[in-house]
Design a protein around this ligand. Structure first.
Ligand code: ARG
Length: 376
């Protein structure tokens, strides 16, 4: 007797696999052949070798996602830095032959035996102010992402999931008190001018991000999307954009202690109401593999007019401290008048405390070098 699950004579595909003649496999093969002709510096291009592709092209997750759902953003946007997303939680495991090398390269020093450590916020007061004289740092911002337990990720969410999750998040946020107390604004109800103003002021996410669009993450927009903020706009939460939740603490100047301690307070409070998803190896679960682990991006907007004159050298120094340089208006933008967004690059494999210290140490070094150049 043959084993029906494994036997090739069985016409139906086994669980977790498509039949090799499935139309979806053909489409994947064509797309992969086309991608081979295209120039791209993405990690997708680097790590989706023929061998990895052949191993993964027939796989399906328990929510029905295929390799196409993982890679389509990178296929459509060859200028991607990374190029892949997890259409559902199971994808990180089913497509590990692709995710693992990408994750290990992006999050420098996270090797194949590593498991993300337990949460450790550390002591916010130890961080201090990055620029007490206010000469370089314009503003400081720290964000983290959370997925809510029991809900799928963007490409596998229904409109009902979005609306239901928004209500749940809104309810949890409405119970915040003191400095964190604020109001939730649903995008569905927001007029276009207010929305644009919030985007221009760097408070709100932009609409129609082409990387997310291609990953099927903007479906049913603006349903279930929105923003919460306190009166001072120093604590904000994005609802159902790239991740279920983005919790953000920000203020003018370089007081890292203040910004971080507010974030820690907020996340700790929200966690009393909402259960977050964690992956057994990758820590807090996010839609994009660059955000796994602590999910923390701690950044400053700062002026480095001298250092950035030699842009190659500037990014080289930043890299030495595991920092990432982005343009003034964030990801995929240019620096304007020597103002850059500098943040920690890796978020996985080290604790929250270590991540924020990594950003602090690197930024202090950049400031020191900028000071020296200005003194010359
Ligand atoms: N998919 C885009 C790329 O590969 C964005 C990656 C990181 N950014 C993010 N918002 N998840 O360039």
């Amino acid at each position: 007797m043959c084993d029906k699950r494994l036997c090739a004579c069985e016409k139906k595909a086994r669980p977790g696999f498509m039949n090799p003649n499935d139309e979806r496999v053909k489409i994947l093969e064509q797309a992969y052949a086309q991608f081979a002709q295209i120039d791209s510096k993405s990690l997708l291009k680097k790590h989706l070798t023929q061998q990895v592709f052949d191993t993964l092209k027939t796989r399906v997750t328990n929510s029905g996602s295929t390799l196409m759902d993982v890679i389509q953003s990178g296929l459509k946007n060859p200028d991607s830095g990374i190029g892949l997303y997890a259409p559902d939680q199971h994808a990180y495991d089913v497509f590990s032959a692709l995710f693992n090398p990408v994750i290990e390269e992006y999050h420098i020093n996270f090797t194949s035996d590593d498991v993300h450590p337990d949460l450790d916020w550390g002591v916010p007061e130890q961080l201090g102010d990055l620029d007490p004289e206010g000469q370089f740092v314009i503003s400081t911002r720290i964000r983290c992402a959370r997925s809510v337990n029991g809900y799928p990720l963007n490409p596998t969410m229904t409109e009902a999931h979005y609306i239901d999750l928004e209500a749940k998040i809104q309810q949890a946020l409405n119970s915040l008190e003191g400095e964190l107390k604020g109001t939730y604004y649903s995008l569905v109800l927001m007029d276009k001018e207010t929305q644009q103003q919030l985007i221009d002021d760097h408070f709100l996410f932009k609409e129609g991000d082409r990387f997310l669009e291609a990953a099927n993450a903007n479906r049913f927009w603006p349903s279930g999307r929105g923003i919460f903020f306190n009166d001072m706009k120093t604590f904000l939460v994005w609802c159902n954009e790239e991740d279920h939740m983005r919790l953000i603490s920000m203020e003018k100047g370089g007081n890292l202690s203040s910004v971080y301690s507010r974030l820690v307070k907020a996340v700790t409070e929200v966690e009393k109401k909402i259960r977050f998803s964690r992956h057994r190896r990758f820590g807090f679960l996010t839609f994009c593999p660059t955000n796994l682990g602590t999910t923390i991006r701690a950044s400053v907007h700062a002026r480095f007019p001298k250092l950035s004159e030699d842009y190659a050298r500037f990014t080289e120094i930043a890299n030495m401290y595991n920092l990432q340089v982005r343009g003034t208006r964030g990801e995929h933008t240019e620096g304007e008048e020597g103002v850059y967004d500098i943040s920690n690059k890796r978020r996985l494999g080290l604790t929250e405390r270590e991540v924020v210290f990594e950003m602090r140490n690197g930024v202090l070094e950049l400031i020191k070098q900028e000071k020296q150049l200005q003194g010359d």
